[in-house]
Write a protein that binds this ligand. Structure first.
Ligand code: 6R9
Length: 654
């Protein structure tokens, strides 16, 4: 990418915080001032939200950048902070998790229950020879045992590596091998779209290629038949028979807590390493600050999978360290019907909902009438994470889910950052649809040009983080050089997350997608996000993905893949007319430079399991290439559908 990103999209709508929420908000504007007056003292105060067995003697050691140490000399136990201290304070009977299985079976788990289950799992893992510093791979569906397994590892100082329950043998094998995991925790299977999906057979194949694995613990979820090897142990015959008495030992603030592999590329997966004290400090603080969480009265629900960093930070460690009550759901939002999420919001009186733009756009596609059938009056705050949220999707979320009553917080962060970094504060910020707005108190973010100089307001470029933060990754597992090269080499002295961004006229930050996806059209750098948002702002469009395809005249040309809303007629000439109208609509909204060369109407888009659009695959289609690596796709049949549509169109044109 040369120079800067064009700033094409202009959004003028603004939404101040609801007065009642602002009046009782956990965090006020004073937090920004406190943090900028003394950043380290600010984080030190947030660390005191936790129970430490031993106080630190230095807040930050940054003497050997980019290798940071936070709360040096401090000691704590993560599971103790998520469980024991709540039970000890008399909150053992408070519900930690309302769990809802996809088939409709339910479990209500209190903090005392979760504590007992975690102690049993900690004892069972110890009996299997797992000690502090060992790695444990977790490959489970969205069942409470996934939370228990993670907390049990944290409790005994073992480092967990959660692998998405949908990943292939190949992906699982690589991840077990890279971390040298000693134990794998899995299940016979889980439920998805009304079917039992087997997991154990995948683990068997992977483990046969992973000599480091000594034992496999198997949770019985579906009851389907599984083959058994001599490494296998049933969870109910080991963990559930173990003692529920376990004394948590404190670990060093920099003790490894987990490895999480980032997905999406063909390269060897990167094991992102997070440690104990700084990570828990920032996830705990941000859960309380960004969601305005009131643990006594709120019912919180994050729809992420546990295998995504969002599940780690905002299902397990953030909410539980705050003593929250939350909903956890096993299945997909369309099973057994497309109102399932809203049925659950109503049933459990959910007050805080945290989800992803991909889901919001899918809900838009299904139609406004579905959420309208449910009582959503318990909701008071909505969050979004995972991709830039298109202004129109933001407006839809605010109107049809939040009934214009709930603030929407668009939260930018990454696996690598561990916790939310850029987001509105719900009781403070006057939000703009589509903008993550400003770095949180204690975080220093900026947008810079090619040379690393800050861009002026109104300009676009690269997002950077200027100062270390408590929940930052500490390295790439086993590869310090890759850590330096990937994140700290593009701009000296700054962390580069790989995202493009712009500052608007007021200095607020808008994320523009991965810089690898930026298109260069006739010498102009154009972000995929802005063109997609322009398409989504048309009433016929629910979702769009654009890519730059090689073009003899313009260098790259914009090719758009667009999912129409369910009521839209796309047959024959109506489809042709819609495409022509959409091309004009983009040109009108953003300027003629952004007019797509080609628009394809498609039923689905290729996505990762966390819902991110895989533009790389769409580029392959747009340029008539063989498809690259599809192992991290959520649904591999989607690409066949799109490629078929593309070929049919081409032969029409020929
Ligand atoms: C938490 C998570 C990280 C990448 C990140 C960026 C994109 C996430 C976003 C967002 C715009 C937001 N991203 N949140 N882009 N606005 N609110 O998603 O982690 O899976 O590691 O992905 O996701 O491109 O760099 P991860």
């Amino acid at each position: 990418m040369s120079e800067t990103l064009e700033n094409l999209l202009h959004e003028t709508r603004q939404f101040p915080p609801p007065a009642a929420l602002a009046a009782t908000a956990n965090v006020t504007a004073a937090a920004y001032e406190e943090a900028s007056a003394d950043r380290l003292a600010f984080w030190e105060r947030q660390a005191r939200r936790l129970d430490w067995a031993k106080e630190w003697n230095q807040v930050l050691d940054w003497s050997n950048p980019p290798f940071a140490k936070w709360f040096v000399g401090g000691q704590l136990n993560v599971a103790y902070n998520c469980l024991d201290r709540h039970v000890a304070a008399g909150r053992g009977d408070k519900v930690a998790i309302y769990w809802e299985g996809e088939p409709g079976d339910t479990r209500t788990i209190t903090y005392a229950d979760l504590h007992r289950m975690t102690c049993q799992a900690a004892n069972a893992l110890t009996a299997l020879g797992v000690t502090a510093g060992d790695r444990v791979a977790i490959y489970l569906p969205m069942i409470p045992e996934a939370v228990v397994a993670m907390l049990a590892c944290a409790r005994i100082g073992a480092t967990h590596s959660v692998v998405f329950g949908g990943f292939s043998v190949e992906a699982l094998t690589n991840r077990i091998q890279d971390a040298d995991a000693k134990v794998v925790i899995t299940a016979d299977g889980g439920y998805r779209r009304g079917k039992a999906i087997a997991l154990k057979a995948t683990v068997d194949q992977a483990v046969s290629r992973c000599p480091s694995v000594e034992h496999v613990l198997v949770v019985r979820r579906t009851g389907e038949e599984v083959t058994w090897t001599d490494k296998d142990l049933w969870w109910h015959e080991t963990v559930e028979q173990a003692s529920d008495q376990h004394e948590a030992q404190p670990f060093d603030a920099e003790h490894p807590l987990f490895i999480l592999y980032t997905s999406g590329t063909t390269a060897k997966p990167k094991g992102i390493l997070h440690t104990t004290g700084g990570y828990l400090t920032q996830v705990s603080y941000t859960t309380w600050a960004v969601f305005d969480l009131k643990p006594e009265t709120d019912v919180y629900w994050c729809t992420a999978d546990i295998g995504w960093v969002t599940g780690h930070s905002y299902i397990v460690y953030g909410p539980l360290s705050n003593g929250a009550t939350q909903v956890m759901y096993e299945g997909t939002p369309d099973t057994p019907h497309k109102g399932r999420l809203w049925e659950l919001v109503d049933k459990y009186r959910v007050s805080i909902l945290y989800t992803a733009p991909t889901l919001i756009r899918t809900l838009m596609k299904w139609g406004d009438d579905i959420p309208a059938q449910y009582d959503l009056s318990s909701l008071r705050l909505l969050g979004s994470v995972g991709e830039p949220i298109n202004p129109e999707a933001w407006m839809w979320y605010r109107k049809h889910i939040g009934h214009d009553r709930c603030p929407v917080v668009d939260t930018w962060w990454q696996t690598e950052t561990g916790a939310i970094m850029i987001s509105p504060l719900p009781g403070v910020t006057v939000a703009k649809p589509g903008s993550a707005m400003a770095p949180l108190p204690g975080i220093s973010a900026d947008v810079v040009d090619d040379q690393g100089n800050p861009v002026p307001n109104g300009g676009g470029g690269y997002l950077v983080l200027r100062e270390p933060w408590p929940s930052m990754l500490r390295t790439v597992w086993g590869d310090d050089q890759r850590y330096i090269d990937t994140y700290w080499s593009r701009f000296p002295g700054m962390y580069f997350p790989g995202d493009g961004a712009k500052k608007d006229e007021d200095g607020h930050i808008w994320l523009l997608g991965r810089v690898d996806d930026v298109m260069l059209v006739s010498g102009h750098n154009i972000s995929t996000t802005e063109v997609e948002s322009a398409l989504v702002s048309h009433p016929a469009v629910a979702e769009a993905a654009v890519v730059g395809a090689t073009d003899p005249t313009t260098g790259q040309a914009i090719v758009a893949f667009t999912i129409p809303r369910s009521h839209v007629d796309t047959s024959g000439t109506a489809g042709e007319a819609l495409i022509a109208e959409l091309r004009e609509h983009v040109a009108k909204t953003l300027g003629p430079i952004a007019k797509p060369r080609q628009i394809m109407l498609v039923p689905e888009l290729p996505k990762t399991r966390s819902g991110k659009i895989m533009r790389r695959l769409l580029r392959d289609v747009a340029e008539n290439r063989e498809l690259g690596d599809v192992t991290t796709l959520q649904d591999s049949t989607v690409m066949d559908l799109i490629a078929k549509g593309m070929r049919a169109r081409k032969s029409d044109e020929d």
